[in-house]
Write a protein that binds this ligand. Sequence first.
Ligand SMILES: Nc1ncnc2c1ncn2[C@@H]1O[C@H](COP(=O)(O)OP(=O)(O)OP(=O)(O)O)[C@@H](O)[C@H]1O
Ligand SMILES: [Mg+2]
Length: 393
Amino acid sequence: MSKKHNILLVDDQKENLDLYQNIFRKTCTVFTALDGDSAIKILTENDINLVLSDQKMPAMTGVELLTLVKEQKSEVRRLLITAYSEVYSAIDAINKGSVHRYISKPCDMDELKQIVLQELKFYDLEQENKRLAKKLEEQNQKLIKWNEELEKKVLKRTDELKKIQEELIHSAKLALIGKLASNMAHELKNQLIGVKIFFELIEKKIQNDKELSKTLINIKEHYHIMFDILGEFWNLSQKDVSKYPKESCDVTILIKEVIELIKFDSLCNKHEIIYYPSGPPIILYLNKNKIKQVLLNLIRNAAQAIKNKGKIIIETGGINEDEFYSIDIIDNGEGIPEKIRNKIWEPFFTTREDGLGLGLDICKQIINAHNGKIFLVPNKEKGTICSVLLPAK
Ligand SMILES: Nc1ncnc2c1ncn2[C@@H]1O[C@H](COP(=O)(O)OP(=O)(O)OP(=O)(O)O)[C@@H](O)[C@H]1O
Ligand SMILES: [Mg+2]
């Protein structure tokens, strides 16, 4: 059942009020007032839906009262009962918007009832309209918010797609560079084989000339270095590292040999290199030269990351639960900036002017070929820790 409407009837004549009250008692909750001031008091204290006022009252006229009602609660329907002689002030009030309708005296009670009920329907319709408009506005706001969120998501996805596309282009470029470089290495190696044949011819002819023979030995050494470098490059491009011959070897001795080697490396020997071998010898199955190459690369990287004079610690760990033996190279250098951490393993990625950006890629391939693991993590205080894990079996 719908809620009963509250209506306020105002007339300075009590008998009129009783008469009106009689016809609305059943359908509405009726409030009555004998003058304008009491009417305003009732209006302020109650949820009134309609005011029906007589025009001619001593202190405050009906139009004056309904104008105040409009100012206080504009949604209240306002009806005026007026004598024919005062009809013009009622029309004027309608034009100004203070009064919705007027009923001229003497009024027919049935007609009055119909008019009031009609006005109450208007009231309900207006309230429903307001409720719907509010709901529409709320839904609209929700839609705007959803739209904004959707736009943000689309932008994020577009950004991700752009990054993936850039990475793909980058990988394609790397693959092309790799292919060109491996072809070049192959061709240069062929040319060097020709150079070797001519060496051997000259070697035989200058056997008695000691001076020239010594120079030739020097040239030959450089030739071998070049040949080895190209060989490495070729191997790398062929991804053939798994075929390295392996042998049983004591890792502590191997590290000591690497340290002996770097004593002659001007890049490394300005820093303090610390290694305390601990515990019994650890025998692993590996390619000695390749693991040496890895350690040299990592120690050189560490040395290059230290600005002036620093410290490089080599730490070896026992076999852990995963059956891996660990070799850590710890430096107190500049560290690796967060934004390049996922790029350093890419071939040809370097931050150094004279770097090729191949060191870590080569190390990874060698360690992978030993079924090991290699990773770089920031050192707690300063610098980087590079860990190499080699399988114990
Ligand atoms: N210990 C380290 N501390 C700080 N940065 C490092 C360290 N090791 C590697 N890096 C970063 O990783 C990059 C790639 O290293 P990588 O050894 O692959 O190439 P490179 O040293 O630049 O050149 P090269 O081919 O001569 O080794 C380096 O340029 C450097 O920015
Ligand atoms: Mg390097």
